[in-house]
Design a protein around this ligand. Structure first.
Ligand SMILES: *[C@@H]1O[C@H](CO)[C@@H](O)[C@H](O)[C@H]1NC(C)=O
Ligand SMILES: *[C@@H]1O[C@H](CO)[C@@H](O)[C@H](O)[C@H]1NC(C)=O
Ligand SMILES: *[C@@H]1O[C@H](CO)[C@@H](O)[C@H](O)[C@H]1NC(C)=O
Length: 376
C-alpha cells in the first residue's frame, strides 16, 4: 500500500515537472532509503496501534488507587488488614489472561472446587479481550460474569499484554487484602498438580516458618534470564538507544510471561512509572519485541533480585518453536506420562502448570484429572 501511494505521487510530480528526468531521479533517490526501511515491515501485519492516551490515563488511575489502598493498609494507625491478622488465611489470586474462550474452564473448576474447603484460599480474576467474544463456560460457576474485570484490547508483540497483566494485578490488589500471591494464567495453560499442593508450595505450609517473617521470606516465581541469543535484538526492538538511561542493556532481562508474584512485587509492578515509560514504546519490529517477556523480569531483577526465585512454575516446551509460538500439545500426546514428565524441573520446585494445550485436549485431560493431575 505504501509503495503504491509513493509511486503514484512520484508520477504526478513527473507530469507536472518541465524536465521530467531529474526530479524523477531525485524522488527515486529520496524514496530508496524509505523503501529499504519499509520492505521488511510490509509482509507482517501492519504495525499494531499503541496504547491510547485515554486508555493510559484510565490505567494510571486504577494503579494509583491500588497503590494507595496498600499504603493505607500498611499505615500502623489504621486497623490491621486481613493479611496481617492471624484469623484470615492468605489467598492466591489467579489472574486469567485470555483473548479467546476459556477452553479448560471445567478442568480449572475441578482444580479449585475438588476440595470444598479451599473456597476461602483463592480468588479469581479474568481479563478477556473485549473485541473477542469469550464464552463463559460455567455460568454460575467459578468463571461467573462478576469475575471478568474491565478489559481492553490486546495485541501480540505489543505492550498491551503488559497493561492487561498490570490491570489484573491492580484489580486483585484492590479487591482483597488477603490476596498474597498473584498467579498469571492463560487460556492455554493447564494445572499439573492439585490446588492444595500448589498452595502448600507457595506458603511452605509444611516447613513451619515464623509468621512474622512472611513478607521477607516469600519470593516471586519469575524467570529471569540475562543470556540469550535474541536478547540484543529484543533490547533494540524499539530503536537503538531508546531504552537508556532507565534500562541499560546490562540490566535488560528476559523471562516467561507467566509468573507468580508476591503482594510486595505486585505493588511494585503497579507503582512503576519509570520503566513503563520505555517498555510501552511502540515496537518497530513486533516479531522481535514481546514486551511481556521483558518488562516484569527486568523490573523485578533491578528492584529486588533477592526476592525472586529466577524460575517460573509454568512449564513450556520451546523445542521446534514456530514463529515465537511454543510447542502445542494435541490429544494424541496427552497421557499420564506427559503430566509426570512436564512436572519435572531442574529447580527446587516442580512445575505447577503447563502450556500450550489445544482446546480439544480438554476431554483427555478431564479423563485423568482425579487419578493423575490432582493426585500429588
Ligand atoms: C482440603 O483442603 C484443606 C485446606 O483447605 C486441606 O487441609 C486438606 O488436606 C484438603 N484435602 C484434600 C483431600 O486434599
Ligand atoms: C517438546 O516438543 C517436541 C516437539 O516439538 C516433542 O518431541 C517433545 O516430546 C516435547 N517434550 C516434552 C517434554 O513434552
Ligand atoms: C534440565 O537440564 C538439562 C541439562 O541442562 C536439560 O537437558 C533439560 O532439558 C532440563 N530440564 C528441564 C525440565 O528444563
Amino acid at each position: 500500500m505504501m509503495i503504491t501511494s509513493s509511486s503514484s505521487s512520484s508520477n504526478s510530480a513527473v507530469a507536472a515537472a518541465p524536465s521530467p528526468l531529474i526530479p524523477t531521479i531525485i524522488l527515486l533517490l529520496l524514496c530508496l532509503p524509505g523503501l529499504f526501511y519499509l520492505a521488511p515491515h510490509i509482509l507482517p501485519p501492519p504495525p499494531t496501534p499503541p496504547i491510547s492516551f485515554p486508555e493510559e490515563l484510565e490505567d494510571l488511575s486504577l494503579f494509583r488507587r491500588a497503590a494507595a489502598v496498600e499504603s493505607n493498609a500498611n499505615n500502623p494507625s489504621r486497623p490491621k488488614s486481613h493479611l496481617g491478622s492471624t484469623n484470615s488465611k492468605p489467598k492466591i489470586a489467579f489472574l486469567f489472561l485470555t483473548n479467546s474462550d476459556l477452553h479448560f474452564a471445567p478442568l480449572w473448576e475441578q482444580f479449585f472446587n475438588g476440595n470444598k474447603s479451599n473456597r476461602h484460599l483463592y480468588s479469581l480474576y479474568v481479563h478477556a479481550d473485549p473485541t473477542v467474544k469469550t464464552k463463559i463456560k460455567s455460568p454460575g460457576g467459578i468463571f461467573s460474569e462478576d469475575r471478568f474485570i474491565t478489559a481492553k484490547k490486546t495485541h501480540r508483540g505489543t505492550a498491551t499484554l503488559v497493561s492487561a497483566a498490570r490491570r489484573l494485578l491492580a484489580t486483585a490488589l484492590l479487591d482483597d487484602p488477603s490476596n498474597a500471591f498473584f498467579t498469571l494464567i492463560s487460556q492455554h495453560c493447564v494445572p499439573l498438580h492439585s490446588f492444595n499442593f500448589f498452595y502448600d508450595t507457595l506458603f511452605e505450609v509444611k516447613s513451619h516458618q515464623i509468621a512474622e517473617l512472611r513478607h521477607l521470606k516469600y519470593k516471586s516465581f519469575i524467570e529471569i534470564i540475562s543470556k540469550d541469543p535474541n536478547i540484543l535484538d529484543r533490547y533494540n526492538a524499539r530503536g537503538k538507544g531508546v531504552m537508556v538511561p532507565e534500562v541499560p542493556f546490562n540490566k535488560f532481562r528476559m523471562g516467561s510471561q507467566f509468573f507468580t508474584l508476591t503482594r510486595r512485587h505486585a505493588l511494585l509492578v503497579v507503582s512503576d512509572r519509570r520503566l513503563w515509560k520505555k517498555f510501552k514504546l511502540n515496537c518497530l519490529r513486533p516479531q522481535s519485541c514481546y514486551p511481556e517477556e521483558h518488562y516484569f523480569p527486568t523490573l523485578l531483577s533491578m528492584e529486588d533480585p533477592e526476592g525472586c526465585t529466577g524460575y517460573t512454575l509454568t512449564r513450556v516446551n520451546w523445542t521446534d518453536s514456530v514463529n515465537g509460538h511454543p510447542h502445542t500439545y494435541y490429544p494424541p500426546e496427552v497421557s499420564p506420562e506427559l503430566v509426570y514428565k512436564l512436572r519435572q524441573s531442574n529447580f527446587t520446585n516442580s512445575y505447577m502448570f503447563a502450556r500450550k494445550f489445544s482446546p480439544d485436549c480438554l476431554q483427555p485431560l478431564m479423563n485423568m484429572a482425579t487419578e493423575v493431575i490432582f493426585r500429588d
